[in-house]
Write a protein that binds this ligand. Sequence first.
Ligand code: HEC
Ligand code: HEC
Length: 450
Amino acid sequence: MRLKLMVCATAILLVVWLMPWPVQGAKNACPLTVRQEAKATNAFKKLAPVFQEPRCLNCHGAVNPFSRDGGHGGGYIDIREETKKFLQLPDFQNSLTVGADPDGTRTARDIARLKEIAESPSEITDNDFIRQKAFDPMRKACKECHISSWIIPMRHNHFVGRSAKEMCVHIKTSSLTNQPDLFLRHMQDDELVLEGFKGRRGLLEPVGPEPPTMSFATLEKYANEWIDAMGEKFHRPPDCGCVVHGDYVLEFQSSIVSSDPYGDPAQSRASAVIRLEASEAASADSEINYIGQGMIAYQTGPMPNWEPCTALVRGQGTVPMRVFQAFIHIEEPSSESVISQKGSATIELLYGLLGGSQETTTGMPADINYKCVPNKPKPYSFWSSHYISGRAEDSTDPMKMFLLKDWTYVGQNGVVATKTLRSTCGGMCDQEVAIFTLREGDGSETSSSK
Ligand code: HEC
Ligand code: HEC
């Protein structure tokens, strides 16, 4: 039995070693509740694929017509040549977009910039630089084949390589979209967004249209869901409404009583409080997975009626515990329902112990001249081996013996649900009880675990 348990514990330790542990986030000032954050984050995750649609992405960083290898279907555009041609137009000064310029200084400055581009000895592929110095020749070049408003965004507005979270933060902070109504209006009215949805690549003579696979109605739905979940405001910090911050707290309590005088007469208590945070590794449409790590503090000592002719087992210390994954679904009773109905929680939590407790035992004392003489204490893992033996009563597969399902919904005073386990430590103790309590976190604390 012992040997089997050792194998088990080693297997768990191995699994643990192979899993990377993410660095914890900073203090959270986001005013949204955990559930609002989760709702907002999920809605944005569903919205985010639209920014990666070729009809949007090709403008937002994926295509650069000013570079020979920029992937432009209309061919390479040498902005130096375009600028030279522009400067040779007899009335080019009239088509400069300089605004009010009574003394001509702006026009003079623009012409100087155009010449700088036209006479550049090396190729110019930087769109930001071109927009700044050769805006008019650039517009003119695109208009030959594309609609007149066709222009590609500045580098800081590229979507290429941005995760859903990064896009979310970008939308919330870009000067064009940093308020919910600005964002919605941009999505609904912007000429280039609308053109993107037509799927014609802004071409005057479009080939077969290829609109985004996400419909405009779907975009609107998720955009509104996201904004609604945030209470129709963009809150600080920038990632508020883009990620779920520290959110659930798992409390663990274990007690073991073992009175058999020929076994290990001892009792043990252990407890831990572990903050569960949403894992950032989650992919776009998978549900939120919570993870966390903390320390179980244990204390083991003799039974109250301990007598000297039995082994003395004692010790105290900590054992790291990790929650590898937790899926938490809560159905709250709807406030509108007339008949008072209870909510429910569907929770699946997989955890592991990352080590063993380190008590000592004197073993059975030697009997010398009718007197019990205790042996020297030897290392002995009491709490963890008894705890694991209790779990092994149900299954010896670590993926099953440390999986907590079928919780009891509470839904009161911040307690979401509880789960109680009972065993006789695989026959090695009188009684073993473990109570798991899942609470709502306030999302304001920095996780102390690393
Ligand atoms: C000679 C005609 C021509 C000119 C000039 C031209 N384009 Fe294009 N452009 C095209 C064609 C054709 C396509 C579509 C190629 C394809 O089928 O993938 C295209 C596609 C694009 C795309 C990808 C659009 C999408 O939805 O996939 C971008 C971005 C783009 N052009 C930007 C520009 C910019 C910016 C300029 C001006 C600096 C410009 N183009 C000038 C012909 C042109
Ligand atoms: C013709 C190229 C083009 C197409 C196609 C296009 N955009 Fe843009 N988009 C721009 C430009 C230009 C801006 C203004 C920012 C700038 O100039 O840097 C912009 C701005 C935005 C902004 C404001 C935030 C930011 O990054 O500046 C969002 C959001 C946006 N676009 C989304 C989309 C979506 C979604 C689509 C596809 C349905 C799309 N765009 C298609 C060129 C384009």
